[in-house]
Design a binder for this molecule. Structure first.
Ligand code: AMP
Length: 198
């Protein structure tokens, strides 16, 4: 099993790069944002709850999010070579829960790839995406809130994973293929030179 967290602000390219990584390494992609959007589309109870947070750019509470992730892992684990976690974790509590969940299954987070993109570029990308995505949260006001939440609550995870020795910073600007090649190089380096506590 090789488990990867793809980390970065909203609009940093996590979904795009996850799709390429899934194809290349045969990993199983779990995007918590996609799971929540499917629930909203299907009009489930969970979807209705998710709406109230997502529309304001706020995070779904940890307890609920951890349960959703555990269900996804259980649903997809059969035959999986490893997972790409996209949009999860977003808080330290979620990261600790992920470590525990993987430990129970005899594995761990092997690498965290952080796509680093300046805020102005994130905003420009999200506004552009909003013209076609149909996502209620890709509008100027909600984007501002999402970036604030990212800096306050999610970005501290970078330090957390640096301390764990598994954070790999990737410049998230430039062409999609160049970014993908940088990610591949980091993954290959970490498979060749595992961290001391690996
Ligand atoms: P994303 O597609 O990853 O940008 O997620 C869209 C929205 O879904 C976020 O702005 C949050 O409201 C919610 N969401 C997705 N993943 C999480 C998570 N791990 N924790 C809390 N909220 C989440």
């Amino acid at each position: 099993m090789f488990n990867l967290v793809i980390f970065g602000g909203p609009g940093s390219g996590k979904g795009t790069q996850s799709a390429k990584l899934t194809d290349h390494y045969g990993l199983t992609h779990i995007s918590t944002g996609d799971v929540l959007r499917q629930e909203m589309k299907a009009g489930t109870e969970l979807g209705k709850i998710a709406h109230t947070y997502i529309d304001h750019g706020h995070l779904i509470p940890d307890q609920l999010m951890v349960r959703i992730l555990a269900d996804e892992i259980d649903r997809l684990k059969e035959g999986a070579n490893g997972f790409i976690f996209d949009g999860y974790p977003r808080t330290i509590n979620q990261a600790e829960a992920l470590t525990a969940m993987l430990e129970e299954r005899g594995c761990k987070v092997d690498a965290v790839v952080g796509l680093e993109v300046p805020d102005e570029e994130l905003t420009a990308r999200l506004l552009e995406r909003g013209k076609v995505s149909g996502r209620a949260d890709d509008n100027a006001e909600t984007i501002g809130e999402r970036l604030q939440v990212y800096h306050q609550t999610t970005q501290p995870l970078k330090e957390y994973y640096i301390r764990e020795g598994i954070y790999r910073a990737i410049p998230g600007t430039g062409s999609i293929d160049d970014i993908f090649n940088s990610i591949k190089a980091e993954i290959e380096a970490c498979q060749t030179h595992p961290t001391p506590n690996a």
